[in-house]
Design a protein around this ligand. Sequence first.
Ligand code: SF4
Length: 711
Amino acid sequence: MVGSQVVDRKVDSVCPFCGVGCLITYNVRDEKIVGVDGRDGPANHSRLCVKGRFGYDYVHNDQRLTKPLIRKPGIPKEIGEHSGHWSEVFREATWEEALELAAGGLKRLRDTHGKKSLAGFGSAKGSNEEAYLFQKLVRTGFGSNNVDHCTRLCHASSVAALLEGVGSGAVSNQVNDVENAELIFVIGSNPTSNHPVAATWMKNAAKAGKKIVVADPRGTELGRQAWRVLQFKPDTDVAMLNALIHVVIEEGLADEKFVSERASNFEALRENVKGYSPEAMAPICGIPAQTLREVARAFATSKGSMILWGMGVSQHVHGTDNARCLIALSTVSGQIGKPGSGLHPLRGQNNVQGASDAGLIPMMFPNYQRVDNAQAHQWFEKFWNTPLDDRPGLTVVEIMHKALADDSDPLKIRGMYVMGENPAMSDPDLNHARHALASLEHLVVQDIFMTETAWLADVVLPASAWPEKTGTVSNTDRMVQLGRKAIEPPGEARQDLWIIQDIARRIGLDWTYPGEESGVAAVYEEMRQAMHAAISGITWERLERDSSVTYPCLSEDDPGQPIVFQESFPTPTGRVKLVPADIIPANERPDAEYPFVLITGRQLEHWHTGSMTRRATVLDAIEPMATASMNGADMQRLGVQPGDVITVASRRGEVAIHLRRDDGTPTGAVFIPFAYYEAAANLMTNPVLDPFGKIPEFKYCAVRVTPGGTP
Ligand code: SF4
């Protein structure tokens, strides 16, 4: 029963939104999902947030794509907002015609202009099997490593620092290990909005007397439960974190045994932070020196201190340096490799961890084996029985730049296959990104809705939503979890695995994955081999039985390892590599012409580019329109009231948007969520990249705010 409704069946799955990975049950009646219940999963213990519980009916939205579409001849690719019906631009086609055109165009470009002329964006919203097969298609069929996905836009810098420092890009301890911590340090993350069920573990910990430290330029709700709130000035993360490390070392609080046995490069770190005393950094980061000293002492001396962070840390030109500082703070304090401690980058989308693990990134084969490592390269050439490119491919933003390169550039991108991503909303500097997508000679988009990216396609392939397929996803806690198909896709929409395999065969690959649901179990088993030890103990049968298994999981009787690094680190030396970081300012600072800072992010009800949640009835009813948030003091200075329209403009673009008062937004800043196409925050963001993670600086660019405008 759902309320008073009788249901026909209940189907166990995983929430399709955030990386917390709550286990759910779909209630199905008359072949429609009529409700969602929380299941007693290891990450959620039956809890759900508003998205997981009420955000399901997007699958039945009448805007679902139900037939393949082909662009009508002579219709130009408009990069502005689309308000009309797709039939003005596209015509319906048969699958045979659409697939022949989709694959034929990719094949023609590859054969005419070479392997580097193509690129693919996979999705963190799809399954592990889809991610694995998609990257295999690009590597073995297109012939290059030009494959990436939205991890590049969220935690690429965290992963770069973690791989360099501790040898693994995943979390060391699971979220609910905060129960075992004495101090929980949350930085650059707004978990009550973005990882709401994870936030419940933190709130419970606060109630149990644990100290929570919230460090964020924006005031967040979790701050109400915090022991200390460090509302530091935007862009001053490295100054503040180096001050904390300075205190730990200079006050003799470092765990010398841990550092001497398990870390390297300590002297360089010590030397570097000498100049970062709290007294020197306080005017820079805006946090009193005494508070910095208190926090550092409590962090270093607690029985367990755990760090959790979000994109406030990663989405900067110094995102990798920010994460290096967090690694150093944990290491010098000996707060890693034991319960209630460690490092946890809260992963954003439901499967961004799994998609990265599966190799949907341009520099790594599955399980982070570098494409330019001779041994790994040789292994995969043999495993896939195909010659492979041994140079890293282009990342998301680099691909957009190369789409606009001169014809003479041998790396010019001329064709793309985009599966379940929406770069025309999610990339920085959208006018540039949309222009790049529109300039492609051939763009194939596979999705469930007519996204902003799909409007620019030559061929649109109607795909399946998460409840319409079976597959695995991996959450922020390193849990591989099985979702089962609850309903059929609408109309002629097809499963993504089926579409990828069909395109693969049409461009010349000899693929066979027998079995139900487009061979999902066979694809999983191949991926399990490709990932070597990491998930070797997690068989498909085990997932069917247990629904969720944590990796590393080395054998079928291994229960999985919720806490890693207890004995050593998977680095070449077995030790943490400490990497000193110095202050690198944001690329675009406020000035007289553009005096405000734009901070972008998410909100509780809407998910990423909004393609799903804005078509979910309840979520759209709660938050139906785009709003910008500003501090009351700034509003008074500008002479504007809540509900007024303001125009926010950067050097790259502008939006007119209604205003909301939020005194948690720091003075001198404006916050805009990036889910709304009609006020797309990314029209304004800066595409400059962190040099290591290649992540854009979404969290900081200079803007002008003026009253008025037409939203
Ligand atoms: Fe879904 Fe995340 Fe909410 Fe859990 S916390 S119900 S995974 S959106």
